[in-house]
Design a protein around this ligand. Structure first.
Ligand SMILES: Nc1ncnc2c1ncn2[C@@H]1O[C@H](COP(=O)(O)OP(=O)(O)OP(=O)(O)O)[C@@H](O)[C@H]1O
Length: 283
């Protein structure tokens, strides 16, 4: 059996006195699809934000491919092989669809950004940008080869949504429908060939036909061996794609198990019915 790709242990983050994520531990094995579910405000997005480096935990460890990554900045986490999509479908409105996808490759391309490692050094930050701009004007066979490779990789991802994205490759992203923005985001997350894909409610705001399409894409990805951590509310989708389900409630891990086991667990039913949080009207 394949090993653990992601190990989250004792993960915690508070907003003031609110424990948004409270001592959460779980693992994701290579090739596995794990869903994180839970009532609104239970800490799902915060967990994804902690893993992807958007937030730094107050306590706990995140080990990815054998290395601790908790507290690393998002670009370092991306470089390590973790890609993500956002709950509200973030695209750069002024860039084309193709450019939106291409953006995700820049962290991994050496020839076009040979000095990118300097970008963390405040004084040296602008020098690489200037030199890279000069290099892009001068060109060179290595750079041309790399540009062709980038175009091929971007086209390959747009082709994942053959009736939707290829014909819109040169359209500005602000002209896209909501569902096409979300498709673009998925293409962008996949283009660097991540070892772990984090999806935050990929079908939020989508109609049943669009939800079905995304479900088929996720099943295709799973079939191809893509490891995924998925935050999702739609239980049909969760049951169809997940090997395991992690349930959060009030920032704490409630249950971790197979989808059918989790769904029948009385603690999960209770959390969703919200009985514990119902106002107490009598003693
Ligand atoms: N920036 C913030 N400042 C203060 N509180 C926050 C912030 N972000 C989230 N929270 C709170 O932290 C808790 C967990 O939020 P989170 O968004 O992780 O939950 P969620 O399970 O993803 O919810 P939903 O299903 O509604 O997306 C909630 O009580 C939320 O109100």
């Amino acid at each position: 059996m394949s090993g653990e790709l992601l190990q989250v242990s004792g993960l915690s983050l508070s907003y003031g006195s609110l424990r948004a994520v409270d001592d959460v531990s779980f693992t994701v094995r290579e090739g596995e699809v794990v869903s994180v579910i839970g009532p609104n405000g239970s800490g799902k997005t915060t967990t994804i934000n902690l893993i992807s480096g958007l937030l730094a935990p107050h306590a706990g460890r995140i080990v990815f491919a054998g290395r601790e990554i908790q507290g690393h900045k998002a670009h370092r986490v991306a470089k390590a092989g973790i890609a993500r999509t956002f709950q509200n479908g973030r695209v750069f409105g002024n860039l084309t669809v193709a450019a939106n996808v291409e953006v995700a490759l820049h962290a991994t391309r050496r020839a076009s950004r040979p000095l990118s490692t300097w970008s963390d050094t405040p004084v040296a930050r602008w020098a690489p940008l200037f030199l890279e701009a000069v290099a892009s004007l001068v060109g060179g066979p290595r750079r041309r080869r790399e540009q062709e490779e980038v175009r091929r990789l971007v086209a390959e991802q747009l082709d994942r949504f053959p009736d939707r994205l290829p014909e819109r490759a040169e359209h500005s992203a602000h002209t896209l429908s909501y569902a096409n923005r979300r498709r673009t985001e998925i293409a962008r997350a996949l283009v660097p060939n991540p070892r772990l894909l984090l999806l935050d409610e990929p079908t939020a705001g989508m109609n049943p036909a669009e939800t079905d399409e995304i479900m088929r894409k996720l099943l295709e990805l799973k079939e191809a061996g893509q490891t995924m951590l998925l935050v999702e509310h739609k239980m049909d989708l969760v049951n169809a794609v997940s090997d395991r389900v992690v349930v959060l409630d009030g920032g704490k891990l409630l249950v971790d198990g197979a989808p059918e086991v989790v769904q029948a667990d009385p603690r999960v039913i209770e959390a969703y019915l919200g009985r514990r949080r119902a106002p107490v009207t009598d003693d």
